[in-house]
Design a protein around this ligand. Structure first.
Ligand SMILES: [Zn+2]
Ligand SMILES: [Zn+2]
Length: 318
């Protein structure tokens, strides 16, 4: 697996899918892979075969899919999303919890100057998953959209949905996230500990699409009844839990996983949307040397929106 570009990492977001990469890693991969697939850094060396569009010191991002190979049968038929040799960043190759990493040109996206590296990092997974989910399910401006779960992915979905012109209902459990949901762009907040989300959505004419970012199957199914089943979608990254929404959720999720991270140009479109609309992730940061602490904080849900590791402090410390 050739990865001819050397990237000096500046920031790497910690995604929920890192849990499966770290704790359910394929034991045949020895030594274990370095996790992290929301990476922003600078190109510091161009190896043999590096595409000419990438320049030294250029700021670039890498998401979950590490780039197609351009050589396998699928690539030769322009089915790049089905590439047989595409690394799954942070799972089958070493990646972002590091000061340096290798990358493929086909997996890279250039980062607009308007973004800080720490803000751009979560766009490359949490951002792209939700941005594509909102575009995928056929809703149009003015339609009612429900977003379930107001965390790392959900807080991006709320902002995108609002800026795309949807009527946005945030669905969460308890009042502690209500204010955040409204600040992020929701027109209304539905607290499932107090009211029935499906009934409320139905009373509003039903949601045109439901974007779920949580693994609570019951909560998802209860809302799924309010819109045509094919328009309820899950935004996941990697091997997250499957939320059942109607009978064909397995097929839908499979379809989704391919769309989420299909190719780098989609990521660029998503970043450009952020430049135009000001949508940014809400983050907290910790230095790379505290990666273990940052991960332990994220895992039980103690990070409100997104934790991002920064590399500079670590480097200066040496
Ligand atoms: Zn290929
Ligand atoms: Zn992810």
């Amino acid at each position: 697996m050739r990865r001819p570009l050397l990237i000096e990492v500046e920031a790497c977001g910690i995604c929920g899918a890192d849990v499966s990469d770290i704790e359910r890693a394929d034991p045949s991969l020895q030594p274990p892979r370095v996790p992290g697939h929301e990476v922003v850094g600078r190109v510091v060396a161009l190896g043999e075969g590096a595409p000419s569009r990438w320049k030294l010191r250029q700021r670039v991002g890498v998401g979950r899919l590490g780039g197609h190979c351009n050589e396998c049968d699928e690539c030769r038929q322009a089915q790049f999303q089905l590439c047989r040799n595409q690394p799954l960043v942070g799972a089958t190759c070493d990646d972002g919890y590091a000061e340096m990493m290798l990358a493929r040109g086909t997996g890279l996206v250039s980062i607009p100057d308007e973004f800080d590296s720490v803000e751009a990092a979560p766009i490359l997974c949490a951002g792209i998953a939700t941005f594509n989910a909102l575009k995928k399910w056929g809703a149009e401006a003015g339609d009612l959209i429900a977003v379930l779960g107001i965390g790392g992915l959900g807080h991006m979905a709320l902002q995108y949905a609002r800026k795309m012109g949807f009527k946005v209902a945030a669905v969460g459990h308890g009042q502690d996230v209500a204010e955040d949901a409204l600040t992020l762009g929701a027109h209304l907040y539905i607290d499932t500990s107090e009211e029935d989300a499906a009934r409320k959505l139905n009373a509003m004419g039903g949601a045109k699409a439901i974007i779920t970012t949580i693994g609570n199957a019951e909560a998802v199914s209860s809302c799924g009844g309010t819109c045509p089943a094919r328009q309820a979608g899950a935004a996941w990254c990697g091997q997250g839990p499957v939320a059942r929404v109607g009978r064909s959720s397995r097929r839908r999720r499979a379809q989704f996983a391919r769309i989420d991270h299909r190719h780098a140009l989609r990521k660029r479109k998503n970043l450009d949307f952020g430049v135009l609309t000001g949508v940014r992730p809400k983050i907290e940061t910790m230095p790379l040397k505290k990666a273990s602490e940052a991960y332990r904080k994220m895992k039980p849900g103690d990070v409100k929106f997104r934790m991002v590791l920064t590399m500079k402090e670590t480097r200066h410390a040496h």
